[in-house]
Design a protein around this ligand. Structure first.
Ligand code: FA5
Ligand code: MG
Length: 430
């Protein structure tokens, strides 16, 4: 995990604004938007693995079939069946699921503190245009998040949204000025207990008019930034009571200034949200040039992990009753009781990488084979020999959350991983 973060945090943190006692023990997570790293060239399309899956899903009354999303004939398409199978699951719309319970608790906070002035959207389609996902929110043409390595493309102009910010501009244009958008978002990412290729975000957006800040005597940006922090600190207290948290300065293309909120969880700082004062250009595009606004994007799994004490992000996708039966509609204070932890099984794999090798591609190959049986994937050693060849050694941790894995099963998974990395990633096993 740490290895992956090193790459994707090159630029991000300028300073820790509000430090609590453990302030210097930092641990950061890969996150595509708070990154200014540049685009890497598209990779050749990988052959899809067949899954026994449903052929169509219904999202907000629109039917989406597998062929709409997984296209073997389009070289830009990089959506595997394992991802298609997550479309339409809508965990955030299930009142007894931790993600749905959390969404409703956040709704309650906004309803009671802002007298129901925030409009709520939770069934907007996750299939959006590159204009919505990137251009409308000022993501630069060379930003890393646009690459095929980071984002799932349906075709060259259509993606699975990688953040709920994809809906900001459209809702503003339609005249909405205070809203919450909840939805599933998709990212090619690393594998560990706090990252999953599908997760849920809630976007918040709030537009102010001159009369709002004039009275305060403050400059509009400062007014919005202070209001934003007050709102989110209040939300954190509403959800957690007292919890150790800190603000970190960061960068997003769509906000300035920009911040992240981190919560101390399981002896580390966990980034739970990004936010900031909206770039004026975005407001101007919707005819709101005399206004100022703030926006935030919450990572719902991360907040739910802290709230319900859920140790691994894969739990959200299990249908094991020992998990699902522990949560009930409106029950916020519940702490998850783990039903025995099954033993992990470690397997190492070493290979000479090629120029086109990326860790996200490797993660996707492993997930394609092992699904949720893979808990973590870590680079444990790397070196370059005299001929200039670079070797990577990864440790794969296999563990089921539901049962003990047999040696045979794990050996079989590992042998498939060895076969497929050679075929798909153009690497040479050592
Ligand atoms: C964004 O997605 C911005 N759109 C947030 C934003 C909105 C900023 C509006 C400003 C204004 P970021 O990439 O940092 O930012 O993701 C936001 C949150 O999603 C993170 O803080 C984290 O809680 C969660 N998150 C990111 N990647 C993953 C992942 N792979 N698995 C689970 N949660 C994740
Ligand atoms: Mg982030």
């Amino acid at each position: 995990m740490t290895i992956f973060s090193v790459q994707s945090t090159i630029f991000s943190r300028a300073s820790v604004v509000l430090l609590s006692s453990n302030g210097f023990k930092r641990f950061s997570f890969a996150s595509s938007f708070s990154s200014s790293a540049v685009y890497s060239p598209p990779l050749p399309k990988m052959k899809k693995r067949r899954y026994p899956i449903v052929s169509a899903v219904d999202i907000g009354g629109v039917t989406i079939s597998r062929n709409d999303v997984v296209r073997d004939d389009d070289p830009t398409n990089n959506v595997p069946d394992s991802i298609f199978s997550k479309l339409g699951m809508q965990l955030h719309r299930r009142d007894k699921h931790p993600i749905g319970i959390l969404k409703n608790a956040i709704y309650n906070y906004f309803d009671s503190n802002y007298s129901k002035k925030f409009e709520k959207f939770d069934d907007l389609s996750p299939i959006v245009t590159t204009k919505q996902n990137f251009d409308d929110v000022l993501v630069p043409a060379d930003h890393v998040s646009r690459s095929l390595n980071d984002t799932y493309y349906v075709d060259s102009q259509t993606v699975l949204r990688c953040h709920t910010s994809a809906h900001q501009a459209e809702l503003l244009r339609k005249g909405h000025s205070r809203f919450l958008v909840t939805g599933d978002v998709y990212r090619r990412d690393s594998i560990d207990s706090t990252h999953y290729p599908v997760f849920h975000q809630m976007e918040g957006f709030c537009v102010f008019s001159p009369e709002d800040w004039n009275e305060s005597g403050k400059d509009s940006t400062l007014y919005a930034a202070e209001d934003l922090k007050k709102c989110l600190e209040g939300l954190a207290r509403h959800l957690f009571g007292s919890v150790e948290m800190r603000w970190v300065d960061t960068y997003f293309p769509f906000t300035n200034p920009s911040f992240e909120l981190e919560i101390y969880f399981k002896e580390d700082w966990l980034e739970v949200l990004g936010c900031g004062v909206t770039e004026q250009v975005i407001l101007k595009q919707s005819g709101l040039e005399n206004n100022v606004a703030w926006a935030f994007g919450l990572g719902l799994e991360r907040l739910a992990m802290v709230l319900f004490d859920i140790p691994d992000i894969r739990f959200f996708w299990t249908s094991d009753e020992r998990f699902t039966s522990q949560f009930g509609k409106g029950e916020l204070g519940v702490k998850f009781k783990p039903y025995s932890k099954y033993p992990p099984c470690y397997k190492d794999i070493s290979f000479w990488i090629s120029d086109s090798f990326t860790e996200n591609n490797f993660c996707e190959v492993v997930r394609g084979i092992a699904g949720d049986l893979v808990e973590e994937l870590k680079l444990i050693d790397q070196f370059t020999n005299k001929k200039g060849m670079t070797s990577h050694c990864y440790r794969i941790v296999f563990r089921s959350m539901e049962r003990s894995l047999t040696d045979e099963e794990v050996n079989d998974l590992q042998s498939k991983v060895r076969d497929e990395v050679q075929k798909k990633l153009n690497v040479e096993l050592r």
